[in-house]
Design a protein. Structure first.
Length: 297
């Protein structure tokens, strides 16, 4: 009647896949404890690590849980404890971890009435509360693991992609907060055809590279010519950090989700550690506080 779960951090967009591509980090994330109660409602009883709303209607975990129970017509009550390690506004899917964790845990405790993919619309309700946008590129990899592609939003069609075994991520978070809603407000609503052509060429190349485990092709494809030029202005030393990652041997990288975290994909854990150190060096030299992670996918 009680579960303790790991709720993974995720990297959305992965450069060329704005709102449609995401990946799941296997060693960075929150923990949640979920237990059945006979109170007939969802309550958030404890949040440690961050100052977030305890009212279920204002909390992404609560909103996602209630959307799921409503769809089931269930009056079962649940208590949720959230132990946050992912900082909100860091760009590695803090709200998605809580939204996905809540529906994943409750689904398990109810005997899995839904498949992981069927849980996505409920977790997306939590994302909507957090950012105002119903994007699935964090909750999909959080629930499915590895790389996920949102082929279509209407109707929702999510595909789990192949993840090459040697792929690791280095992620650095300068200690500022960028709200996803703010990072979305700087975007333009139309894209010049020339840039769209580059972006979907890279997107196809990246997906092909994942399946064929062609690390050179992955490296050639990791570019974002549409979103990064606008959002990188919100991130301290973005160009220097990205350059340091590439010089240290990263395959490529860019803004993690809506930022300010910057990620690099690397072949092998040892290289990811070197890349993380190089990126960290830029912030250390500039006197900017940061967190840094190296993770499998
Ligand atoms: N695709 C979303 C965005 C992810 O970039 O706004 C937010 O984490």
């Amino acid at each position: 009647n009680e579960l303790r779960i790991f709720c993974p951090a995720t990297i959305a967009n992965v450069t060329c896949g704005f709102d449609v591509l995401g990946l799941c980090l296997d060693n960075v994330g929150d923990e949640m404890v979920i237990r059945k109660t006979d109170k007939g409602e969802v309550s958030i009883t404890r949040i440690e690590g961050q100052d977030l709303p305890l009212e279920a209607e204002k909390n992404v975990a609560g909103v996602s849980a209630m959307a799921m129970l409503k769809a089931l017509g269930s009056k079962q009550g649940f208590e949720i404890e959230i132990y946050k390690k992912i900082k909100p506004g860091s760009g590695i899917g803090s709200s998605a971890a809580s939204a996905a964790g809540a529906v994943f845990g409750i689904n398990k405790l109810l005997g899995e009435p839904f498949t992981a993919k069927e849980l996505l619309p409920f977790a997306m309700e939590g994302e909507k509360l957090a950012s105002g946008a119903l994007h699935a590129d964090n909750v999909a990899p959080a629930l499915l693991g590895g790389f996920s592609l949102v082929r279509s939003y209407e109707p929702l069609d999510v595909i789990k992609l192949h993840t090459p075994g040697a792929l690791f991520a280095a992620v650095i978070h300068p200690q500022i907060e960028v709200k996803t809603a703010d990072a979305r407000s700087v975007l333009k609503h139309s894209v010049p055809l020339k840039k769209a052509i580059q972006q979907w060429g890279n997107m196809g190349g990246l997906v092909s590279g994942l399946y064929t485990e062609d690390y050179e092709l992955i490296a050639r494809s990791l570019h974002d010519v549409i979103i990064e030029p606008l959002r990188s202005l919100l991130i301290p030393k973005f160009d220097d950090v990205k350059r340091a990652a590439l010089e240290a041997g990263a395959l490529g990288g860019g803004i993690s989700g809506s930022g300010p975290s910057i990620f690099a994909l690397c072949k092998g854990q040892a290289n990811a550690a070197e890349v993380a150190e190089s990126m960290a060096g830029i912030y250390a030299d500039a006197g900017i506080d940061f967190d840094v992670h190296v993770s499998g996918i």
